[in-house]
Design a protein around this ligand. Sequence first.
Ligand SMILES: Nc1nc2c(ncn2[C@@H]2O[C@H](COP(=O)(O)OP(=O)(O)OP(=O)(O)O)[C@@H](O)[C@H]2O)c(=O)[nH]1
Ligand SMILES: [Mg+2]
Length: 409
Amino acid sequence: MGALTTSSRGPTRVVRLTPAGRAAVTSLLVDGPVAIELVDQHFHPARPPALCDTRPRQIRYGRWGEPQRGEEVVVAALDHERVEIHCHGGAAAVAAIVRELETSGAEEVPWNEALAPLATTTGDPIRSAAGEALARTTTRRTAELLLAQYHGALRAELEQVLQLMADEDGGNDDGAKDGSAHEGGEAAATRLDTLLADAPLGLHLTEAWRVVLAGPPNAGKSTLINALVGYDRSIAHAEPGTTRDVVRAAAAIDGWPIELADTAGLRTAGDSVEAEGVARAEALLREADLVVVVFDLAEPWGDEQAALLRSWPEAIVVHNKSDLVDALLDPRPAGLRLSAQTGEGLDALRQQLVDRLVPTTVAANQPLLFTRQQIRSVSAARESLPQDPAKATRHLRVLMSTPQSPDRI
Ligand SMILES: Nc1nc2c(ncn2[C@@H]2O[C@H](COP(=O)(O)OP(=O)(O)OP(=O)(O)O)[C@@H](O)[C@H]2O)c(=O)[nH]1
Ligand SMILES: [Mg+2]
């Protein structure tokens, strides 16, 4: 993460690189003219030599503050002006280290502010946006894909598209559009189309897919969500109408970040609290990336169930409580038979979720657009491409060289 530093040579700054309360380990960066001296004042390596006499990038273990009883930390000096400190992720430990660095003269700077000048200093806004996105991503798989963009996958792809468009433009200048130049334009268009088609996936590298579980009361929605996340997030109970508001739980399925939302059972009868829960459930369902409708195999199929299914024709249909019935007793629509209680059929549901949310195969170093601003620029380039390759080129060059402010991405 050394490249996330800025080269501004003002006061020495301390930046929290990991989001507060999100990680077991927190990484801090001390950046500035006296970075190594500042850290040296507080860091006691377990063995000599002192940090100042350590080779760059060598990882040192030791204690912060007091040689015997201080907080355990791992420190690596990237060079004399940039030192990384990795410590326990608890808020108190981090706050104490930052406070002591401030007492010694460092200035704490929020990470997004620290990263903002990067685009202008490195001239690579895609890299800086990837660094910013990496701080917000939640699974290893999405982090790997963002890291690929950080190391230039998207940039290299856009450079190839620019090259193809330059070939096309050259054909125009000559007055005679030869075949190969024309092919260049078509190939550029195809590559931009592919980037745009994969863009929803790119956005989900930092925003979990939203999957909502809906269905009649008592069908087993809360039990199912708990089974999917692996712990009791939502209260499951034999009484219908147990869940009265939306309960959300974060899960990683096949490495993809998915926010599961449990909703109040959908039915017309019920008290006013339940009615409010149902209204919220319906609002949530409209915004979901995917709906899973859960039915109870032990309950006969009736008009209410059929009506529910008609409301969500795109939904994954689950028939729960397969442990209670040996065969489908009544005619009902096709769906996944499973038991949230025994776990039978859960893997098949996980697979269906992934197949629906990420229908394409994704290579580890695949170029991906991952901000809305990038998508807007590439869409604009694509629209201009057939008539005006020069304009399309400008759109892509802006994307590749203009800093993006974090609130606009
Ligand atoms: N045998 C069996 N019982 C289940 C299964 N899934 C859920 N149950 C039971 O069914 C009852 C209702 O489960 P919940 O998960 O609370 O159902 P819900 O759909 O969330 O219900 P509401 O919140 O009231 O809408 C509980 O007693 C669960 O233990 C299953 O797969 N098999
Ligand atoms: Mg429930």
